[in-house]
Design a protein around this ligand. Structure first.
Ligand code: ACO
Length: 325
């Protein structure tokens, strides 16, 4: 019998320290009015002494607690992140150790704000292969360590957090369709963590660790390319927006969501948002939102709802999934 992947549990974890727009206005030339009117963001969570693997491990533990699945039943762990604790060991390897998932293989997936969608797409294939039965996919970021805190153009936009899902084998199909894309030719519009060359045999390379962004170009990319891809995804299944219960989109900016909803001709009430509470948490934004929607009861995880997930950002990357949740 064929097996398919199903999201059976969701969880999220955010650091305790809350930083409001007014708090930022104390340390840089900005205001609550500017940030809220341009982005919808009112506050974000910023770590004090936790790193990315700490946030992700909290999510993984919570997934196991809520589901009753034992750590040694987990076959794989994928962590989507652009802010790993270190390149080696990976954040996923650290999480594997923290929860004692003895038989799991674990690796990080680097696709910025599309990372969680790409990782879910990958996990679906791993489970649908019939080789693996249970996996954990988490989006986790400590973006605060990559920000230039003297640059008001980027520092106000991002926050730290983590969210994730437990996937299990199921006899029914839950991953209905997907369109995943990358356009590396536009990649320099959004960069972070660039490392320079420094060996005695190399010419010196540029070293720009901080996140940098061409805000307008990214705004236009999201509204034009990602909207088009969501429309294609629905078309591919002969669906209209009315037949989808919710669109869970990457939480970069409320104006992007408004424009995308309008272009698709779908009411904004089908686009839950939480960037006002957390800012842009890159790979973590969709799973945090998913987990909050389940907590609020708007998503039930009983296989009765149709949901579109869409991540978009650095790479440039964008990924869309149509799910029965
Ligand atoms: N507070 C006050 N003023 C500011 C701030 C700030 N935090 N940041 C910039 N400004 C000023 C600028 O200096 C500029 O002033 P000037 O006109 O005197 O030169 C003015 O505001 C306008 O700056 P722009 O950068 O042109 O502002 P824009 O209207 O484009 O808005 C924003 C910037 C919000 C980033 C917008 O481009 C946007 O929403 N982009 C989408 C990209 C995004 O959200 N990226 C997140 C990461 S990517 C992703 O997740 C997909």
């Amino acid at each position: 019998m064929r097996t398919f992947a199903k999201i059976s549990q969701v969880a999220h974890y955010v650091p305790e320290q809350l930083v409001s727009n007014d708090d930022l206005a104390q340390i840089m030339d900005t205001s609550d009015d500017w940030i809220a009117s341009r982005t919808g963001i009112r506050q974000r969570r910023i770590v004090v002494d936790e790193n990315t693997s700490d946030l992700a491990s909290q999510v993984a533990k919570s997934l196991l607690d809520k589901s009753g699945v034992a750590a040694d039943e987990i076959d794989f762990i994928i962590i989507a992140t652009i802010t790993p604790d270190s390149a080696m060991p990976s954040t996923a390897a650290r999480v594997q150790a923290a929860i004692g998932a003895k038989k799991a293989f674990a690796y990080d997936l680097v696709a910025a704000c599309s990372g969680f969608v790409f990782a879910l797409s990958t996990a679906d294939k791993l489970i649908s292969s019939g080789i693996y039965q249970k996996g954990i996919v988490i989006g986790a970021e400590v973006l605060s360590k990559t920000l230039d805190w003297t640059d008001r153009g980027t520092a106000v936009l991002f926050g730290d957090g983590a969210g994730g899902v437990l996937l299990e084998a199921s006899p029914e199909q839950h991953f209905l369709a997907e369109i995943n894309r990358t356009d590396g030719s536009r990649g320099l519009g959004l960069t972070s963590g660039q490392t320079g060359l420094h060996s005695p045999f190399s010419k010196e390379g540029s070293n720009q660790p901080y996140l940098q962004m061409d805000g307008r170009a990214i705004f236009e990319f999201a509204v034009r390319d990602v909207t088009k891809t969501i429309a294609e995804l629905l078309d591919s299944q002969g669906l209209t927006g009315d037949e989808v219960d919710y669109f869970l989109l990457h939480q970069a900016n409320s104006r992007i969501l408004d424009k995308m909803a309008r272009k698709l001709g779908i009411g904004i009430e089908k686009f839950p948002a939480n960037m006002m509470h957390y800012g842009n948490t890159s790979a973590a934004s969709i799973p945090i939102l998913l987990s909050e929607c389940v907590e609020a009861g708007s998503l039930r995880l009983d296989g009765s709802q149709t949901v579109v997930l869409a991540g978009f950002g650095g790479g440039l990357t964008w990924g869309t999934l149509l799910l029965k949740l």
